[in-house]
Design a protein around this ligand. Structure first.
Ligand code: NAD
Length: 307
């Protein structure tokens, strides 16, 4: 059985959603919609589907739709599509405020539709490895740096980039937060472009996050320190090392990872949730919790800037 799929917003990332739906066996790409109709036509032509002139017409023919519009529009687009009866994959961050996020999650529950949120690193083989090897995290560092692009600057760097690492670390540590400290500055956009945050968890674990979208190079790395063991992994190259103590020596082993395209795994999982009728692992409520921490960090940074 195939699920009829569509994409709303086919800019940079939406065109990849369209490509992947056109490749997945269990999906049938019906069409795309974008406020920029020329762009919709170009993407539809590339992936052999229809460019729709309005969102209602696309929704009528689809069971599942990806919302890949700018973040500030997610709530409005998502609420309309849920009202039209579609299951949704909404790109991260879910929304820009907690009240918007709650409205979307509640509406999904009340109309019996699934909302999965595009926290893509949860579908990276690096995260699967961490999930099976991290059992007593004491200290974590996560670095995510990217070259500047005006895309995504409708939100600050915490909601744009750091939120990926926040989602992973909150899940790995799985403990209540004791305190958060954060600093950041804006360099090229109106919001924060560089941010540094430290979260202390009630179980004693400390996590440090660095995010920048004013970097010459792209970096997506995480290090997790546990008693007698240390993991260093790269989300981008999908490789890394496990270092562990043996006697008085520190041994280093390459981590065996099977490389995969995370977006393909994520969209495949979304289709499976619909076919097998189970909640996505990153549903609206899980994404809302991560957003709450990201917004708290953003507030702390902005208070610091005002002082
Ligand atoms: P983009 O600017 O390249 O594309 C956005 C597209 O949406 C544009 O073509 C625009 O015309 C269209 N659009 C705007 N408002 C619309 C509306 N109301 N209805 C229909 N179309 C509309 O942006 P992008 O970089 O593709 O980012 C889109 C979303 O994806 C953002 O929320 C961003 O945070 C997210 N994103 C996630 C990741 C990830 O790693 N998961 C990576 C990049 C972007």
């Amino acid at each position: 059985m195939q699920i009829n799929c569509g994409v709303v917003g086919v800019g940079y990332l939406g065109s990849h959603h369209a490509r992947i739906y056109s490749e997945l066996d269990k999906a049938h790409l019906v069409g795309v919609f974008d406020l920029n109709f020329e762009r919709a036509r170009e993407v539809a032509h590339r992936f052999h589907c229809e460019a729709f002139e309005n969102v209602e017409a696309l929704a009528k023919q689809c069971h599942a739709i990806s919302v890949v519009t700018p973040t500030t529009t997610h709530a409005e687009v998502a609420l309309q599509l849920l009202g039209l009866g579609c299951h949704l994959l909404i790109e991260k961050p879910l929304c820009v405020t907690l009240s918007e996020a709650e409205k979307v999650a509640k509406m999904a529950d009340s109309c019996g539709r699934y909302v999965q949120v595009g926290h893509i690193e949860h579908y990276n083989p690096v995260t699967s490895f961490l999930e099976t090897h991290v059992n007593e995290p004491r200290y974590i560092t996560a670095d995510r740096l990217a070259p500047f692009s005006p895309r995504g600057t409708d939100v600050g760097v915490v909601l744009d980039l750091m939120i990926h690492d926040l989602g992973i670390v909150l899940q790995l540590v799985n403990a209540a937060i004791e305190s958060i400290e954060a600093v950041g500055v804006s360099v090229l956009s109106m919001g924060e472009d560089i941010a540094n945050a430290r979260i202390r968890f009630k179980n004693g674990c400390i996590a440090n996050f660095n995010a920048s979208r004013v970097s010459l190079k792209k970096v997506r790395e995480i290090r997790v320190f546990q008693p007698n063991k240390y993991l260093s992994l790269d989300f981008m190259d999908q490789r890394g090392h496990l270092l562990y103590k043996e006697g008085l020596e520190l041994k280093k082993e390459e981590v065996p990872l099977h490389k995969e395209e995370p977006l393909k795994v994520e969209l495949g999982d979304f289709i499976d949730c619909i076919l097998k009728t189970h909640q996505p692992k990153i549903n609206g409520w899980v994404a809302r919790s991560t957003l709450a921490v990201a917004l708290q960090i953003t507030d702390l940074i902005r208070q610091g800037i005002r002082e």
